[in-house]
Ligand binder design. Structure first.
Ligand code: GBH
Length: 433
């Protein structure tokens, strides 16, 4: 499968239309000081109205798959009640639009836009949100299961839990380790319980999760830095993957968390370990880890990269890291079929006088990462598909509209779309020109 990926809050806009209610990202973005350019996702790429044009461009590139997410606040407006028919109708039209253009829909149920009403009741910290997620999953799979066969429960539980509830620079903006670890646990449980529900409603479904991972490097050869890297790995990688593959939480990490470790109900670990049909991996860059006493929660700090090629996000470009990560996952867990559910880069884009956008760095990033993925396949990683992040420039969370990841350029003032040279290259690659 060859596609591009997006997410609802980052592209849809239409924030107050057809019964959509407030999400935690609306609330967070409306809080001064949270988003670098003071923006929000209320209009974004206006994909809600312009999706036929966006899908025409995707078809023109020759994609055969498209990964997107549903905005939960379009479907459930409160904690209890009936799903919003207008929201269901929108996604039904959207999916039909994909299928008409030969794009296989890969739907993500949760890419971070929780209804604010659920957050007001405790959010993912509260186990009631697991039940709400299952109700929402039930509505989506019943409505679309005849046409959508590929389902991703969650996008990047680490971000939901740790950035949103411990580091605090994503919604809901909390800075509480105990809360963050409970969120991580409840999100994993919600995944585990959603998988059999999706299968019950969509018998021929392929179900998985998308996790974001970084290969790690120690800042030096010192014993301290290597130990810090191991501790960081315990949270960043194994805290999520070990339970998903039936090994429970890594003991050394749990001990370090002490009283902040999550409450686990009977049956939770079995639920989390449900076998899935594929694993989704989001890859951007390797992290360098240094020992730093007192740096919460694990006395380990991620160092910024200052040398080599660096993207506009400040992230190093490392195709080798991609090969390394994919082969490590295969060797550690043998997860079965793997899909790269996101991979991409932000660079400044200049529109040339003829309207051309010659984003040579993004094009190179894409080419080199596809070659690195091929290396991983040659080394035995069973990778079955690739989704470039992202189809469109979009609302890059805390960076607002300052960072552009798209293969398609958006002029936000006019909403004009322009295929960048990176997107043209991806198209010629897919058409095997
Ligand atoms: C993805 O997450 C998201 O799924 C997607 O929505 C987003 O647009 C895309 O990445 C691009 O950002 O900034 O140095 O503190 C990526 C996972 C996890 C990678 C947090 C960067 C923080 C490093 N990200 N990590 S830093």
């Amino acid at each position: 499968m060859w596609g591009c990926a997006t997410s609802s809050y980052q592209i849809e806009g239409a924030g107050r239309e057809d019964g959509r209610v407030e999400s935690i990202w609306d609330r967070f973005a409306a809080t001064p000081g949270t988003i670098r350019d003071g923006s929000d996702g209320l209009v974004a790429c206006d994909h809600y109205h312009r999706w036929p044009e966006d899908f025409d461009i995707a078809r023109g590139m020759g994609l055969n798959a498209y990964r997107f997410s549903f905005a939960w606040p379009r479907i459930y407006t409160g904690i209890k009640g009936q799903p919003n028919q207008q929201g269901l109708d929108f996604y039904s039209r959207l999916v039909d639009g994909m299928l008409e253009r030969g794009l296989q829909p890969w739907a993500t149920l949760y890419h971070w836009d929780l209804p604010q009403a659920l957050q007001d009741a405790g959010g993912w910290e509260n186990r009631a949100t697991i039940d709400a997620f299952l109700e929402y999953t039930d509505a989506m799979t019943r409505t679309l299961g005849d046409r959508v066969k590929h389902w991703i429960t969650h996008n990047e539980p680490w971000c939901t839990a740790i950035i949103g509830n411990f580091e605090g620079w994503h919604a809901p903006g909390k800075t509480d380790l105990k809360a963050a670890l409970q969120v991580a646990h409840n999100v994993l449980v919600s995944h585990g319980k959603a998988v059999p529900l999706i299968r019950a409603n969509v018998p021929d479904a392929q179900v998985g999760m998308a996790v974001s991972l970084h290969p790690l490097r120690a800042a030096s050869d010192s014993v301290e830095d290597k130990a810090a890297m191991e501790r960081h790995d315990g949270l960043r990688y194994r805290w999520f993957l070990d339970p998903l593959f039936g090994r429970g939480y890594p003991e050394a990490t749990r001990e370090r968390f002490g009283a902040a470790a999550p409450d686990v109900a009977p049956g939770d670990m079995e639920a989390i370990a449900v076998k899935t049909d594929f694993m989704g991996v989001n890859y951007y860059f390797p992290e360098v880890i240094k020992h730093e006493a007192g740096h919460a929660p694990l006395d380990a700090k991620v160092l910024p990269t200052t040398s080599g090629e660096i993207t506009a996000m400040g992230w190093p470009v490392s195709p080798e890291g991609f090969t390394e990560l994919l082969t490590r996952i295969e060797n550690d867990y043998h997860p079965g079929p793997m899909y790269v559910t996101e991979n991409g880069s932000a660079f400044e884009d200049a529109v040339g006088p003829d309207g051309e956008i010659d984003d040579v760095q993004r094009r190179h990033y894409l080419m080199r990462h596809l070659a690195a993925m091929k290396d991983a396949i040659d080394q035995g990683a069973p990778i079955k598909g690739y989704f470039a992040w992202s189809l469109l420039d979009n609302f890059e969370w805390a960076e607002g509209y300052l960072r552009r990841f798209g293969l398609v350029h958006i002029d936000y003032a006019t909403q004009q779309r322009r295929l960048k040279n990176s997107g043209k290259w991806y198209g010629s690659f897919l058409r095997q020109e």
